[in-house]
Design a protein around this ligand. Structure first.
Ligand code: ADP
Ligand code: MG
Length: 355
């Protein structure tokens, strides 16, 4: 069993607090992605799980045992970093077997595990090469092979794909996910890239400023973000936001600062006249629709992505985006009627929490 339980963890470097009261349960065999902007404390948290950083306060439990004072090498956890850190003078097979050799594993066992790992990662033909004779993607695979041969009870990944080009990143992303499906080990994966988080995770943990903003299944975070930060971080292009005032009464509505009036559903948590933020995802903005609740938007820019079209629109000074697959919108200009459907609107109170 390698469930990981993080309870009220705090971390400070000198007087600078970096993690505040982080609480997180990671199930045995779960694939958890820690995601957030640079500097929010992801690597620090991961390194604390690995045993590479002291814990200032709180408790980390792995497989039912508190590990606060357990040295890294006794934790039976493997870590893969962004920099592959392969031994340059050792061939691929030696790089992969090095830790087992150090641990005094029998030769036949080492060979068996290296062969198995090479097969899983498609490295069979490269075992006799030196790292400098490999591409970036192959090197990253060797770094993973080094972790796999140890057959650890959990894998930790710290931005392992950041050095790869975009196409290879997408390929390795699915390879790591398949690896998880095959090995069924607990994996904790750190990235700043929300697409990696969305596509790979069983559970996403969104971090910001040393705190967890929200943890949950990818689509739960996408559909029901807890606050403005998560709403803006998850999804690409990101959610549109409008500042304004909520109006209750017989016809609930939202008045944007630019004077646009958007029909809304009743929100008991918002009082009449409350300052609020309206959020709507670009893919939920309806464009080119006529009708009594259609609003007139300016078309500022049309971005074809091949897969679809991102339209940069505005109501006065308030810019927003719409996403569509409908190619008729490739050549729009001037203005366009749009609808913000009530059932797609998110409202956030003055504290930034979704209501
Ligand atoms: P992330 O991985 O999310 O980008 P880190 O965990 O690396 O963030 O860093 C979190 C914060 O802790 C940052 O503000 C960083 O400057 C600070 N920090 C990280 N390591 C050290 C250290 N060894 N000494 C002092 N501050 C550090
Ligand atoms: Mg980091």
């Amino acid at each position: 069993m390698a469930s990981i339980d993080i309870a009220n963890i705090q971390k400070s470097y000198g007087i600078h607090p970096v993690l505040h009261d982080v609480d997180l349960k990671i199930g045995d065999g779960e694939f958890v992605v820690l995601v957030g902007p640079s500097g929010c404390g992801k690597s620090t948290l991961l390194r604390m799980i690995a045993g590479l950083e002291d814990i200032s306060a709180g408790e980390i439990t792995i497989g039912g045992k508190v590990v606060n004072d357990m040295p890294a090498k006794e934790r039976d956890i493997a870590m893969v970093f962004q920099s592959y850190a392969l031994y340059p003078h050792m061939k691929v097979a030696e790089n992969m077997s090095f830790a087992l050799k150090l641990a005094g594993a029998p030769k036949a066992e080492i060979e068996k595990r290296v062969t198995q790992a090479a097969e899983i990662l498609g490295l069979e033909k490269l075992l006799d090469r030196l790292p400098r004779e490999l591409s970036g993607g192959q090197r990253q695979r060797v770094a993973m092979g080094r972790a796999i041969v140890r057959d650890p009870r959990a894998f930790l990944f710290d931005e392992p794909l950041s050095n790869l080009d975009a196409k290879l990143r997408v390929k390795m992303r699915s390879e790591i996910k398949k690896l998880h499906q095959r090995l069924r080990r607990t994996m904790v994966y750190v990235t700043h890239d929300q697409t990696e988080a969305m596509t790979m995770a069983d559970k996403i943990v969104v971090m910001n400023g040393g705190k967890i903003e929200q943890a949950g299944a990818p689509l739960d975070l996408y559909n029901d973000p807890a606050n403005l930060f998560v709403a803006g971080f998850i999804g690409s292009p990101g959610m549109n936001f409008f500042e304004g005032t909520y109006r209750n009464g017989t016809a609930p509505r939202f008045e944007t600062e630019g004077g646009i009036i958007v029909p809304a559903q009743p929100h008991p948590a918002l009082t009449d006249g409350a300052r609020a933020t309206l959020g709507i995802r670009p893919e939920h903005v309806e464009i080119g629709v006529e009708g009594p609740d259609a609003l007139n938007a300016n078309v500022d820019l049309v971005e074809p992505t091949g897969f679809g079209i991102i339209l940069h629109l505005s109501f006065g000074r308030a810019g927003f985006k719409a996403f569509t697959n409908d190619r008729r919108f490739l050549n729009v200009s001037g203005s366009l009627p749009v609808r913000l459907p009530v059932e797609r609107l998110h409202f956030f109170n003055a504290d930034g929490n979704r209501v």
